[in-house]
Design a protein around this ligand. Structure first.
Ligand code: SDX
Length: 434
């Protein structure tokens, strides 16, 4: 596979060349070439790349991102086209199997997913162990990992059928668990899933129906929910997906790996940003305060960052943010909230930031999290549930990457380090210490 080579010359502090290493260079179908650095260890070197800014951790065929040009492809299909013409379950199928399904494949996949949405009845008792005011993400970390205690009949990761059953169970049951986490936090009874509703509609029904009065799912909100799930479905080797791959590389079962991914997603620098955007917009409170917050975001001595802005890979507008903003317009119009003050602040904040030299120079654009929270809030979903919805949407991506790794040749992930600690020293008995 190596068609080119990289020459690495090691020179001493006087510039005298000590030696030259030849490293294989591989080309993918899209994106930068990669330098295979395996041989460095045998030559006494490690690479050093905190935050993995320049590190390709694996080979993958699932998603491609071109950050400079704001391009996102799932199995080659642009996210804008999937958002306009496809739906979430079809995108799940695409991520898992690599191609768009035929009509029959799509019907079978949708039928199967929508008929595995119930969880083991005994799992309901797990929720009772949490305080009512537990953050729903804390509950999700617990109950998703606990799936491996209930579905141990399909945990042989070397068995292709088991891997597929786990993928289906996770995609089917995440909305049910997410809705249960919400219902538990507001002290309302759990609502069972309904097979007759769409994936997004069923989720909204489980969130908002009660035994006393039914909840009629508005088609535009069901479509918006489906669109939000779709826009979050996968995103290459982001922090949570890399966590799932690393957990999976030890042979851990897929439910435990997805629970690890949920934990990594929770951070405000990652999936927790959608919740943090709403907190920030509420803190800004009025368009008159925007300049103050922009100044704080630019102040090196102020830890405040403009949540929903910036991205490790996108140095252009996140293509998902563009679609999310359109969806935001649709939902707010449908709900008669065109003048939603938070949306007004968000649009003004985006305009000011995109014209500000600091943001232009650092190539900071709105990302997927900037508008999603406004839609979810308008739909009546509480801020604490935003990252739970992100995790639900991201499940097919996590499981597709896990499956791609486990079904191929892989090794346990075990990075090394640059050690700058103490050199060897002898123990000092307590009697001889000060
Ligand atoms: C997601 O990886 C993925 O694909 C993630 C994701 C996915 O789908 O899985 O796309 C989902 O996580 C989106 C990102 C959500 N996070 C936020 O919106 C939080 C706010 N953004 C930042 O914290 C930050 O932009 C990150 C974490 C997203 C990216 O961080 P990097 O790549 O490590 O960049 P950096 O922190 O080194 O920032 C580069 C410079 C710094 O200034 P200097 O030190 O060079 O002077 O830009 C500045 C930063 O201070 N900067 C910001 C900023 N983001 C970066 N300044 C103000 N506000 C911001 N939001």
């Amino acid at each position: 596979m190596a068609d080119k080579k990289a020459l690495l010359s090691i020179v001493d502090h006087k510039g005298n060349r000590e030696r030259t290493l030849e490293l294989p260079l591989y080309s993918g179908t899209l994106g930068p070439d990669v330098i295979d650095v395996h041989e460095l260890t045998a030559n006494g070197f490690f690479t050093y790349d905190p935050g993995f800014v320049s590190t390709a951790s694996c080979e993958s065929k699932i998603t491609y991102i071109d950050g400079d040009n704001g391009i996102l492809l799932h199995r080659g299909y642009p996210i804008e086209q999937l958002a306009e013409h496809s739906d979430y379950l079809e995108t799940c199928y695409l991520l898992l199997y690599g191609d768009l399904p035929s009509r029959k494949e799509r019907e079978k996949f949708e039928y199967t997913i929508m008929r595995h949405t119930m969880i083991h009845e005994q799992m309901r008792a797990l929720f009772a162990g949490f305080r009512r005011d537990a953050h729903p993400m804390a509950i999700m970390c617990g109950v998703v990992g606990a799936l491996s205690a209930f579905y141990h009949d399909s945990l042989d990761i070397t068995n292709e059928v088991h891997r597929e059953i786990c993928a289906y169970r996770l995609i089917s049951k995440m909305p049910t668990l997410a809705a249960m986490a919400y219902k538990y936090s507001i002290g309302q009874p759990f609502i069972y899933p309904r097979n007759d509703l769409s994936y997004g509609g069923n989720f909204l029904h489980m969130l908002f129906a009660t035994p006393c009065v039914d909840y009629e799912v508005k088609p535009v909100l069901a479509r918006a929910m489906d669109r939000i799930f779709l826009l979050h479905a996968d995103h290459e080797q982001n922090a949570s997906t890399s966590t799932v791959r690393l957990a999976g590389s030890s042979g851990a079962n897929p439910f435990a790996c997805i629970a690890a991914g949920i934990a990594a997603l929770w951070g405000p620098a990652h999936g927790g940003a959608n919740e943090a955007v709403l907190v920030m917009l509420n803190e800004i409170g009025d368009e008159a305060n925007i300049d103050e917050f922009i100044a704080r975001a630019k102040d090196k001595d102020d830890p405040f960052r403009l949540m929903g802005f910036g991205h490790r890979v996108y140095k252009n507008l996140d293509p998902r943010a563009k679609v999310m903003k359109q969806t935001c317009d649709e939902v707010l119009t449908e709900l008669g909230l065109e003048d939603d003050p938070l949306f007004r602040i968000a649009k003004r904040l985006e305009k000011i930031a995109l014209e500000d030299e600091y943001f232009i120079q650092k190539k900071l654009y709105p990302n997927v999290d900037f508008y999603s929270g406004i839609i979810l809030k308008a739909m009546g979903i509480p801020t604490e549930m935003f990252t739970v919805i992100f995790a639900t949407g991201r499940t097919p991506g996590w499981i597709a990457h896990w499956h791609e790794m486990i079904s191929g040749n892989y090794r346990i992930g075990r990075p090394r380090q640059l050690y700058t600690g103490e050199t060897k020293r002898d123990y000092i008995p307590l009697t001889e210490r000060n």
